[in-house]
Write a new protein. Structure first.
Lengths: 214, 79
């Protein structure tokens, strides 16, 4: 499986997620955000960081990067599209996921392990998990407070103890079809017992098992 | 032409920063402040004097980039 990991100016988690997906068996490539052709890639990851310095709003400028037309095309054909943290914010700004992000409820930058509970096993991210199982994954964000005025967003993971005010405790959200998923905590940072948890591996493994569009 | 754009988060959407500023005002004794909303003001200097065209184009700028339609409304003031 060939996976593109997009690098925006200000991305800072691209190598982590590319390394973990590579170790799990994927062929991963870092792709600059000005790329206009993702032909030959089976899936795409928008990694964490601070694309364009979070100017205006998180993800507001990154959503217009040239590569985003290709991300939308892959999403439309059913390929797995994963946004982690800032990548999740970009997918919301791009309209590929519902809702938007505001500052954490207590205005604190939260950087610690959190527990999340699987609320939907029907997406590639959670295909290897059981409903209700609890995973321990690091959160690292200031604007992780997801708001969905429609109330219709498909919630994939929920915080056990909502740290940031996110609506319905959402920690991960999917498109209606389930092939576009955003996750606010960082599964790539929970990829080895040495890091304090390897609970993220079951999530990222799902990326490799995702159906590949013809 | 100078253009001012006011971006405001819709009233039903939480404003954690405004809540924090309100709390600080209360601690300073300004307890009459019932609510604080931290709107954003953007000043544009546009190389065009056609009011209708400027208004139309700034409207598109707002809906495409400057405001997030999920959370925010905006007001455009010319001149």
């Amino acid at each position: 499986m060939r996976v593109a990991v997009v690098v925006f100016p200000g991305s800072n988690c691209e190598r982590d997620v590319a390394d973990v997906l590579h170790d799990l068996g994927a062929e991963t490539h870092l792709v600059w955000h000005r790329e206009t052709d993702l032909t030959g890639f089976d899936g795409v990851v928008l990694p964490g960081g601070f694309a364009h310095g979070d100017a205006l709003r998180t993800g507001a400028i990154a959503r217009f990067s040239p590569v985003m037309a290709e991300v939308a095309r892959l999403a439309a054909v059913g390929a797995p599209v994963l946004g982690i943290c800032n990548g999740f914010q970009i997918l919301c700004e791009a309209g590929l996921l519902p809702g938007a992000f505001i500052a954490n409820r207590d205005l604190a930058f939260i950087c610690r392990f959190v527990e999340v509970e699987v609320a939907d096993t029907g997406t590639f991210l959670t295909a290897g998990t059981r409903l209700g199982s609890v995973l321990r994954i690091p959160l690292n964000s200031y604007e992780g407070n997801w708001v969905d005025p429609t109330g219709q967003g498909r919630i994939v993971l929920r915080y056990v103890d909502d740290p940031n005010g996110s609506q319905a405790g959402a920690a991960a959200v999917a498109s209606a079809e389930g092939n576009v998923v955003g996750v606010m905590p960082h599964p790539e940072r929970a990829s080895d017992p040495l890091l304090g948890s390897d609970d993220g591996l079951v999530l990222l493994s799902g990326f490799l098992g995702a159906p590949v569009p013809v | 032409m100078k253009v001012t754009v006011v971006i405001n988060r819709r009233p039903e959407i939480a404003d954690p920063e405004g809540t924090t500023v309100r709390r600080a005002l209360h601690e300073l004794g300004f307890t009459e402040v019932a609510e604080v909303r931290m709107d954003r003001v953007i000043h544009l200097d546009v190389d065009d004097d056609d009011q209708d065209r400027v208004r139309d184009r700034v409207d598109v700028m707002c809906s495409r980039l400057l405001a997030n339609p999920v959370l925010e409304d905006y007001l455009v003031v010319l001149g």
